[in-house]
Design a binder for this molecule. Structure first.
Ligand code: ZOZ
Ligand code: NAI
Length: 309
């Protein structure tokens, strides 16, 4: 009995040690999501390396993180603004940047990928990182719409691979969907749940099904808003106002599409349409296709102007 108890306590403490082990995080992709995830991880005391393809992009990511932190500090230190600068600098010290993912993952506990929503590109990245990262390193994807199992299939660490789906803007949105793919071990899943909590987020458990929970509901709604407008049944402005004042959404669907990025939205819809071509919920939108072809991608193209105008 005493032995069982000791064993039990030992297994509990080794699982706690595993959870505590996520200290060093590598975020791949310094765009809208990666920069936000890096900011939140650094703000909660993690040591973060942010990776992208060029120094110029990383400079832009760092600028975005700093201005977001300024907004946080302005609120947090409203009474004592002089403490705000020290708060920002302390967090920025936890973040370094790199363009060489394979070398920085050598010392990391967790890789969170937030690059372009393309299966092949994600698989190539993880396939290469799998060879470079230590045994214990957990891999996670922030994909909006792709099956985690498909992304993980380019690696030999299916048990240490899961989904961590954050929401935009990451510093403000409390939810993280934690996805357990068929190969994800319980230990990995628990570590991802613990990590989400350590970031101050509220995790929910998801199966590896298309769109998990939020996007399975949100994407058809947003597309239906675009189709309603395409049919001439409402102006973009009226649809946005209607959903804000009539349904209590903080942003209307067109405002949100601008915020999320029209390119990312198109990647999601095209991918689902290809898999399920007869499903009218995922039919491509001529308006969205036209705007993306014109390079109008939403706020990421021009913060001040809506791509839908
Ligand atoms: C068709 C396919 C489509 C597929 C899409 C899939 C994408 C995904 O995979 C999943 C997603 O992320 S979906 C998007 C989920 N996000 C939302 O729905 C956001 C909705 N908007 C909001 O919650 C608020 O407008 C929001 C919180 C953003 C802003 O709040 P407010 O509306 O009250 O407006 P503000 O006056 O601008 O902000 C108030 C204060 O909030 C703070 N803040 C906002 N943004 C911040 C940021 N980025 N960093 C730091 N602080 C921030 C800030 O304190 C601000 O006050 P000020 O600084 O004085 O303006
Ligand atoms: N935009 C949103 O609201 C949300 C997006 N997501 C998902 O997060 C991921 C990223 O989305 P965003 O941040 O919006 O995209 P983004 O376009 O803002 O940023 C993507 C970044 O990844 C970089 N990148 C591309 N390939 C790379 C590679 N091989 N190695 C390193 N960096 C690379 C790009 O240079 C770019 O800076 C996508 O999978 C998307 O579906 C998830 C939740 C919300």
């Amino acid at each position: 009995m005493a032995f069982v108890t000791r064993q039990f306590i030992r297994s509990l403490s080794s699982s706690a040690a595993l959870h505590a082990a996520i200290k060093h995080v590598t975020i791949i992709g310094g765009g809208l999501m990666g920069a936000g995830i890096a900011q939140v991880a650094a703000s909660t005391g993690h040591s973060v390396v942010l990776v992208d393809t060029s120094e110029d992009i990383l400079k832009k990511s760092a600028k975005g993180i700093e201005s977001s932190l300024k907004r946080v500090a302005k609120k947090k230190f409203a009474e004592k603004p002089e403490d705000g600068e020290a708060f920002i600098q302390k967090i920025l010290k936890n973040i370094s940047t790199s363009t060489d993912a394979a070398s920085v993952v050598q010392g990391t506990d967790l890789v969170v990928e937030a690059i372009v929503e393309n299966l092949k590109v994600k698989q190539d990245l993880f396939g290469a990182l799998d060879k470079a990262a230590p045994e214990h390193t957990i891999f996670a994807s922030n994909t909006s719409s792709l099956p985690i199992a498909d992304i993980a299939s380019s690696t030999a660490r299916l048990d240490r691979f899961g989904g961590l789906h954050f929401f935009n803007p990451v510093p403000m949105m409390k939810l993280v969907e934690v996805i357990k793919a068929p190969g994800t071990s319980q230990q990995t899943f628990d570590s991802l749940l613990e990590f989400s909590k350590a970031l101050g987020k509220h995790p929910v458990s998801c199966k590896d099904t298309p769109g998990f929970i939020v996007n399975r509901l949100l994407v058809p709604y947003m597309l239906e808003a675009v189709r309603l407008h395409e049919r001439g049944h409402g102006s973009k402005e009226d649809i946005d106002v209607a959903m804000k004042l009539g349904a209590g959404y903080p942003m209307g669907p067109f405002e949100l599409l601008d915020y999320v990025g029209l390119d990312t939205s198109k990647f999601i819809i095209d991918g689902w349409h290809e898999k399920d071509p007869d499903n009218p919920l995922f039919a491509p939108s001529p308006l969205l296709n036209k705007l993306v072809a014109e390079g109008k991608l939403g706020k990421k193209t021009d913060v001040a102007v809506s791509s839908f105008i």
